[in-house]
Design a protein around this ligand. Structure first.
Ligand code: UGA
Length: 438
């Protein structure tokens, strides 16, 4: 059954969700206050680098099933369901800033004159959904005929389209059988493919999302703490991760040691969860998260200091090549990028930092130079840092680069390079989390 859906907010989550819902056969209007972005999306183009998104936008803006607008009157009484896909960045003290959600509701609610379902997809502190429902009902002429549901999103950048079309689970936080039925209609395609579904109350749905991100962050910090043990005791953290990962209860994913986690989600979501846990008096959780964060920050500092040490102890005026700027491969997103934190640290220590990334564009600041090629970055450098594991960096020819670099030292912050091949080409390879520094 085709439903009429609006998706409010068109960044990573909203743009992908809108395109995905059109692919599921629904009629979709995406809404954003950003006129330029709406124009780009209506032309079937993507404003972000996300594999598979542009073809989907192109397909459905052409089929007439998907369009974008800045005008709330076009969606208000048109849509059966309004999805809230707005950002919830870090506010003061690390609590989630809900102002985008509030202003979207303040624009939409006064225009709602008939019953509808409003479905939250954003990551929010537990308790938000009910407060938003109160706000909508207070402002909308349709009042109590409007109901809220929570259907958190688990998509990963770089796999956003895949995760939207083939989610590994669906969470339906609802208050009525009718809301559940509507969500089941929206997702009838993945549901026929036996996607596991969890039906629950609003609070559980909100918490599931933050718990998932907190667990992933904990897994990464755990392996990074173990990497420090390996370094201290003479072990190899990659082999350790492989071995414990064979245990199905543990699993190998998110056990890649290195520079730690960054991006627009994990860091801010776990901070907001810690703040909410403190508000509710659940200190065991906020303490756990504080340790996870401390380990994560520590990796960045340790790597920067290791780079300085390996470059001879004083990097003033020395050229340092940084390979990778995005917070992970497959995206041009540089929000809370571990690679750029390290680059920043080195620039502040006086180094002449040259950064190359296949996709990310750096704003002009911080005293980095953005290189157009790997060779430009590496040429004459006192040390090379591999900080975001783009596949193309694994294809680099250490022999050829050895001929243009200043000093043949490479620090692998992601433990993904073939250390032997680099070593055979005469490089000193330093991998954090491995005692063997070659
Ligand atoms: C994360 C979650 O994985 C998604 O499920 C969630 O929907 C999303 O946040 C969100 O809340 O919107 P994403 O931010 O795209 O997705 O990034 P991840 O793939 O989770 O990677 C996060 C960071 O962890 C990256 O910096 C990555 O390099 C790092 N990482 C990942 C490691 O350091 N080690 C690993 O083993 C895995």
């Amino acid at each position: 059954m085709t439903l009429r859906l609006s998706v409010i907010g068109t960044n990573y989550l909203g743009a992908t969700h809108a395109a995905g819902m059109a692919e599921f056969g629904h009629d979709v209007i995406g809404v954003d206050i950003d006129v330029q972005r709406v124009k780009v999306l209506n032309a079937g183009q993507s404003h972000i680098f996300e594999i598979g998104l542009e073809p989907l936008l192109e397909k459905h803006t052409a089929s007439g099933r998907l369009r974008f607008t800045t005008d709330y009157t076009e969606i208000a009484d048109w849509a059966d369901v309004h999805f809230l896909a707005l950002g919830t960045p870090s506010g003061p003290g690390g609590a989630a800033d809900l102002s985008q959600l509030h202003s979207a509701i303040d624009s939409l609610a006064p225009l709602l004159t008939r019953p509808c379902l409003v479905v939250g997809k954003s990551t929010v502190p537990v308790g938000t959904a009910l407060k938003l429902q109160e706000r909508i009902r207070r402002l909308a002429p349709a009042g109590d005929a409007i109901e809220i549901a929570w259907n958190p999103e688990f998509l990963r950048e770089a796999y956003a389209v895949e995760d939207t079309l083939r989610p590994d689970r669906l969470v339906f936080g609802v208050q009525s059988a009718r809301a559940l039925e509507t969500l089941q209609q929206i997702y009838s395609i993945p549901l026929t493919e036996s996607t596991p579904t969890v039906e629950c109350d609003l609070a559980t749905a909100e918490l599931i999302k933050t718990a998932a991100n907190a667990f992933l962050a904990t897994k990464i910090s755990f392996i990074n703490a173990m990497s420090q043990m390996c370094q201290a005791a003479g072990g190899d953290v990659t082999l350790l991760a492989d071995a414990i990962g064979y245990d199905k209860r543990i699993g190998r994913e998110f056990l890649n040691a290195g520079l730690g986690f960054g991006g627009g989600c994990l860091p801010k979501d776990i901070r907001a969860l810690a703040v909410r846990a403190d508000e509710l008096g659940v200190e065991v959780l906020s303490d756990l998260i504080a340790s996870v964060e401390a380990i994560n920050e520590g990796q960045r500092t340790e790597l920067a200091e290791l780079a300085i040490e390996q470059a001879g102890g004083d990097v003033h005026g020395k050229k340092i090549a940084v390979l990778g700027a995005s917070f992970k491969p497959g995206t041009d997103d540089i929000r809370n990028s571990p690679a750029l934190t390290v680059a920043h640290h080195l620039a502040q220590s006086g180094a002449d930092v040259h950064v190359y990334d296949p996709q990310a564009r750096l704003p002009e600041r911080d005293g980095f130079t953005q290189s157009g090629t790997v060779d430009e970055a590496v040429s004459g450098a006192a040390i090379v840092l591999h900080l975001t594991e783009w596949p193309e960096f694994r294809q680099l020819d250490p022999k050829r680069l050895g001929a243009i670099v200043g000093t043949k030292v490479i620090l692998d912050g992601r433990l993904k390079l073939n250390a032997k091949a680099w070593q055979q080409a005469g490089w000193k390879v330093v991998q954090i989390g491995r005692a063997l520094t070659m």
